[in-house]
Structures are given as C-alpha cells and as structure tokens.
Design a binder for this molecule. Structure first.
Ligand SMILES: Nc1ncnc2c1ncn2[C@@H]1O[C@H](COP(=O)(O)OP(=O)(O)OP(=O)(O)O)[C@@H](O)[C@H]1O
Ligand SMILES: [Mg+2]
Length: 344
C-alpha cells in the first residue's frame, strides 16, 4: 500500500474527509483505528493542541512523540472522549469520539501516565478491580487475570502488594490491567518513563506481541530511541504536529543535512565551544546538540566543516575523540523539525 509522504507542517493540513468511503490510497476508513482531523484544545488563551491531524492504522504501533508539555496527554484525553476538543474532530474506531464516547469507550484501553495502579492493593486485587470495572465476571475474568499475570511475569507473586514491585513489573502489570478486556485500541501514555533500559526493551517486544493479537497501540514517549519500534509516528511540539510518517520516511524526507558525531572528553565544554563558534559563523552548522556524551553537529555539508570543528575544539583544549559522519537518528530529525517549525 502506498504511504502518504510525511509532511513538515506548521499547522497540519486536514486529512481526507472523515466521511469519505475510501481514502486516495484505497484504504477504507475501517482500516484506521483513529482519524484525527484538525484536533485542537485551548485552555483559555493558551493552545495546548493546535490543529493536529493524523491517522492510525489498525493493528499497528503508532508512536506519538514530543517533549514535556507538548500536548501528548491532552491529545489522548480528547481521543478517549474525556476532553471536548475546542475545534476539529476525531473518529475513533469509526465513530466520532465526542458524540459517541460512551459507546466507544468500552472498546478502548488506557494506561495513564503514572501507571494508574493502586499501590496498597495486591497484584491480584488490582487486576480484579480493573477487570470488574471493565465488566468482566466469572470464568472470563479469571482467564483474563491469568493472561495478565503470565504476561507481566508475575506468577507466584499474585498476593504481593503492588507498591513492592520494581518499575518493570509495575509497568507490565499496568499494561495487563489496561488490556484485560481485550480492547481494540489501547492508549499508553509514557509507559516506559522511569523504567530501566532492559525492561524498556522487553516492554516493546511485548507491545509487538499485543498488536499481533489484533489490538492497535497508540503510545506516547519522549525517548527517541523507542520511536524506531513504531510503524508510524507523529512528532508534536508546542501543540503543533511537526512531522509524521514511518521512521524511515521521516528520516529520508525530512533530513537533508549530514550528521557529524563527536565523542569529546569534555562534552559540556565542547558544546559551549561549538555553539559559540556556530554563533560567530566560525563553523557553518544548523544544529549542535548533545546526546549523552556525544555531540551531533548537523548541517548540509558538515563533513567539509570537519577541520574547522576540530580546530575550535583543539583551541579550547578539548580532545574531540572519535569523529564520524553518521546516519541521522530520529532525534536529529526531531530537533531539525523543531527548528523548521519555529522558523515558519
Ligand atoms: N487542564 C488544563 N488547563 C490548563 N493548561 C493545561 C491543562 N492541561 C494541560 N495543560 C497545559 O497544556 C500543555 C500540554 O500539556 P500535556 O499534559 O498535554 O503535555 P504532555 O505532552 O503530555 O507533557 P508531559 O510529557 O509532561 O506529560 C502544557 O503546557 C500543560 O501545562
Ligand atoms: Mg503527558
């Protein structure tokens, strides 16, 4: 199926009409779990979500990425029918979420940002509580609890207090609770925040397994490395959707520049030196960004700037370490997109 090209958008163009029976690429609306069209939320004078448009295909993992305060949770609350949009609309599981929230909600799952488990309840009590809230009873409830315990790797720990579980287990338990009723679509709001890298990795494997059973996953994160696990992405920044597409499309279509990666002995000092040199025009770069201990210098022909960059660092008594031209990461693309959005 042909993919729509990702777009750099100050205010995203509207997606095809919500009432169209087929989209230009031949997919039926039923193939989408979510079609957001011009979704906007204002709190007084402040616009938290601005004209956001995207489509989420069924049975995929859709990543909604953005820094703190960019509008991710507000978007989810609108897509759950908990918050009325100031403007625009969203079709969720083929129905307008604002008008049919009560009908659609039983088919949705939600893992809220702080995991929404009761700390003073045991593992089993939490699952029973959520299962009953979703209307599960008897044999079906027992089966689904069994599934969640298995999935969360908590067999034998059913009577442990949730407060005593380490982050990775709490996270998987919260996921199990959110999908107990086998929702068609589940929203996971920063499910991996504050969880160790090994658990994060295992969690993403789990998400793949869940989509294979027919559930669509809408997941927010601010960890860019996690975006690579998503089939489609949207980047949000200050309420604006600034990029969307598959990770590959986004990298191909949105990043014209090269990335020079340095591993200096003093990254913080190297950052200051390079940003100053960028300011004075001593080096030509669009972006100088710090990633842990590494620095990425991004620009159209950054390889030609290599000698100038090294000279700046040596003059400041910083050893540049390994220097390499690398493929841009999604984080590079995101930072570039933010700059382009600000310039629009
Ligand atoms: N009820 C509200 N009233 C006023 N402002 C709000 C309200 N809810 C959210 N905001 C503001 O809207 C913006 C977006 O918030 P939101 O919680 O959606 O961001 P987020 O991307 O989920 O951030 P985080 O990564 O920190 O969870 C923020 O500036 C926030 O302060
Ligand atoms: Mg949030």
């Amino acid at each position: 199926m042909a993919e729509a090209a990702p777009e750099l958008t100050g205010s995203a163009p509207p997606v095809e009409s919500l009432t169209a029976s087929t989209s230009p690429n031949g997919a039926k609306p039923a193939d989408y779990a979510i079609i957001a069209d011009g979704l906007t939320k204002r709190f007084g004078d402040f616009t938290a979500v601005n004209q956001v448009a995207f489509k989420v295909k069924r049975w995929q993992i859709f990543g909604f990425l953005g820094p703190n305060g960019s509008g991710k949770t507000t978007t989810i609350r609108m897509l759950l029918g908990l918050l009325r949009p100031s403007d625009g609309a969203a079709e969720v599981l083929n129905k307008d979420i604002t008008r049919h929230a009560n009908q659609i909600r039983p088919r949705l799952g939600y893992m809220s940002q702080r995991f929404s488990l009761y700390n003073d309840l045991t593992v089993l009590e939490n699952l029973r509580f959520y299962g009953r809230t979703y209307g599960l009873r008897g044999k079906r409830l027992r089966e689904r609890i069994d599934f969640a315990i298995q999935m969360a790797d908590l067999r034998g720990r059913e009577r442990e207090r949730t407060a005593n579980l380490a982050g990775g287990w709490r996270q998987r338990l919260a996921l199990g609770a959110a999908i107990l009723h086998q929702p068609e679509l589940v929203y996971l709001d920063e499910p991996t925040a504050g969880v160790d890298p090994v658990s994060r990795r295992a969690f993403w494997d789990l998400l793949q397994d869940i989509t294979a059973t027919g559930t669509t996953i809408f997941v927010t994160t601010h960890y860019m490395d996690e975006a690579e696990h998503c089939e489609d992405l949207a980047f949000i920044h200050d309420g604006d959707l600034i990029a969307r597409g598959s990770p590959h499309q986004i990298k191909q279509n949105m990043m014209s520049g090269q990335v020079l990666e340095l591993s200096p002995d003093d990254p913080a000092k190297a950052m200051r030196l390079l940003q100053d040199a960028q300011g004075t025009g001593e080096i030509q770069a669009e972006e100088v960004a710090l990633y842990g201990a590494q620095i990425h210098v991004v620009g159209p022909e950054v390889e030609e700037q290599k000698e100038a960059i090294l000279a700046v660092l040596r003059a400041g008594d910083v050893d540049p370490g390994l220097v390499d031209v690398i493929a841009p990461s999604l984080e590079d693309v995101f930072i570039s997109s933010i700059r382009a959005n600000k310039e629009n």
